[in-house]
Write a protein of this length. Structure first.
Length: 92
């Protein structure tokens, strides 16, 4: 049984994940320059880049459903929680 893909996007599948990887690398280098601590840069850039990659990929594929909207809200909440925890660790 074949499944049909109704994607109106001209961007290839996986482009969001590649952009997420790029965000991870740039954010990691930027945080390493600011904090001069490799562990903080690595532990904060990986979750942020992963979540951003998933969100970007979902937007590129134009999949609109109720479950996807719930997942997007969950990812955005996790991203916000990760940023709050990062600043709490950094400044405490």
């Amino acid at each position: 049984m074949k499944t049909t893909n109704n994607h109106s996007s001209r961007i290839f599948e996986g482009a969001g994940y590649l952009l997420g990887s790029l965000i991870t690398i740039v954010l990691g280098i930027g945080l390493f320059v600011l904090t001069e601590n490799f562990v903080i840069a690595l532990s904060s850039s990986l979750p942020v880049g992963t979540v951003m990659g998933i969100l970007i990929e979902q937007k590129f594929q134009n999949e609109e459903s109720q479950q996807l909207k719930q997942k997007t809200k969950l990812f955005a909440g996790l991203l916000l929680l990760g940023i709050i925890v990062f600043f709490a660790i950094l400044f405490l």
